[in-house]
Design a protein around this ligand. Structure first.
Ligand code: ZN
Length: 435
């Protein structure tokens, strides 16, 4: 969502972070930093959703150096040191293409904003906590389209300093007034983000849903920003609610449109013909605001009018998922727009997409695995259980292709070959030590 008051975040004090769980404590930090594990790991699975819509049965996944080295039929006794996941369903780590890891609720029970008294250390710890909550929930890659401070977070996770998902970040955003808003100045701003190390460019091309969502950027402005990004090798994610604003982004050749609550059939058809990825939200972001008004009320456009607009948008958002999922060849991807209070609850959006929007469970899972990976230009790296792919692997209690709620029961999380969560093993360990 676009927010009127941009909370400003402070620089990081990452060394203060102490991981508190048994699994994280035992994480081989130096090993994680190099992305190399000491010995191969075998995961034995009875049922695998491979991320492309297919099911594999009775397979051993052999992981070497953080990657899937072999998939072999399971035979004989469990290999020594293997992790037995046969009572669970195994799938690729989930991918959320739109989160805001810097947003958190402060200890006064309010959305963190500049001037609330939080020190840089407090903000850093909260952001790190959001990253850990997201990873624990089975989301092994996210796109955080937020603040400059997402950069140090991304880098600390990559170095193995703290546990978290793989983070891609825009480090900030552009809108119709950036540097004066001329096409040349927008191009300059894109190049500046590139030089600072942004993984993608975030663009606001319409007003917030709380302010009606109408188009704010012209065709010319969008064409300048999105073509410049393409020429420097970056993708563009465009916040757009009204049909007109979505159409302008699609015509400008931008990579992906976010939200699109007011997209109509003609708009969806245009996105198909332009090959635009589409990431509408079903419910989590709206419910998180509406169910927790005291956290946000009175900050910027979080007021009675804003909350009423979101309430009104809910049924439209839910039916929009159904319309998008039934539009042939529309590249529908998964993104929650998780803000303060929603980190770690990302799978609620999958449940909404299936139960309220009518998307098939299998397609919802593909949209959050292989198709999300493609949208990030990581289609050969993550999002599938296949040889050569990064070993980003999770397991759920129950089969989410049958019952999507199983995505809320993640009990095993591996990223790049490192196990960050294995509830069953932790329980077995507790039983043993109690003897
Ligand atoms: Zn957002």
């Amino acid at each position: 969502m676009r927010f009127a008051v941009h909370p400003l975040f402070h620089s990081f004090v990452l060394s203060a972070l102490v991981a508190t769980t048994a699994v994280a404590q035992s994480m081989p930090r130096a090993v994680a930093a190099r992305g190399v594990q000491a010995a191969p790991i075998t995961l034995r699975a009875a049922r695998i959703l491979d991320g492309s819509g297919h099911v594999l049965q009775n397979v051993d996944i052999v992981i070497e150096n953080g990657r899937i080295a072999r998939l072999t039929p399971s035979t004989g006794p469990l290999p020594p040191g293997a992790i037995d996941l046969r009572t669970r369903t195994v799938l690729p780590g989930l991918i959320d293409t739109h989160v805001h890891l810097g947003w958190y609720i402060n200890d006064q029970g309010r959305l963190h904003a500049t001037g609330d008294g939080d020190t840089p250390a407090v903000s850093s710890l909260n952001q790190a906590g959001n990253a850990w909550a997201t990873l624990r929930a089975g989301f092994t890659t996210v796109q955080s389209v937020g603040e400059p401070e997402n950069g140090p977070l991304r880098d600390a996770i990559n170095r193995g300093v703290i546990p978290g998902p793989r983070v891609l970040t825009s480090l900030g955003s552009l809108n119709e007034t950036t540097k004066g808003g001329s096409p040349d100045s927008l191009r300059a701003s894109v190049r500046q983000f590139k030089s600072r190390g942004a993984d993608l460019i975030k663009i606001f091309a319409s007003k917030s849903i709380r302010d009606g969502g109408e188009a704010t950027m012209t065709d010319e402005q969008l064409a300048a920003a999105c073509s410049e990004a393409k020429s420097v090798g970056l993708r563009t994610l465009v916040h757009a609610h009204s049909a007109e604003s979505v159409q302008r982004a699609a015509r400008a050749g931008c990579t992906q449109v976010e939200h699109g609550v007011f997209a109509d059939n003609a708009t969806r058809a245009l996105m198909v013909s332009r090959g635009t990825y589409f990431d509408p939200q079903c419910g989590l972001v709206f419910h998180n605001y509406l169910d927790n008004k005291p956290w946000f009320d009175g900050i910027g456009n979080y007021n009675a009018v804003g909350f009423a607009s979101m309430e009104k948008a809910l049924p439209l958002a839910e039916s929009g998922i159904g319309l998008a999922s039934r539009t042939a060849n529309l590249k529908l991807v998964f993104g929650t727009d998780a803000v303060a209070g929603a980190h770690g609850r990302n799978a609620e959006e999958l449940v909404c997409r299936v139960r309220k929007g009518g998307q098939s469970a299998t397609d919802a899972i593909v949209s959050a695995t292989s198709r999300a990976a493609e949208s990030m230009a990581l289609g050969n790296e993550i999002g599938r259980i296949a040889v050569g792919f990064a070993a980003d692997i999770i397991a759920t209690n129950g089969d989410p292709s049958v019952e999507i709620e199983a995505t809320q029961r993640v009990s095993f999380v591996m990223r790049s070959g490192i196990v960050y969560r294995n509830d069953a093993a932790a329980q077995a360990h507790t039983r043993q030590t109690r003897k």
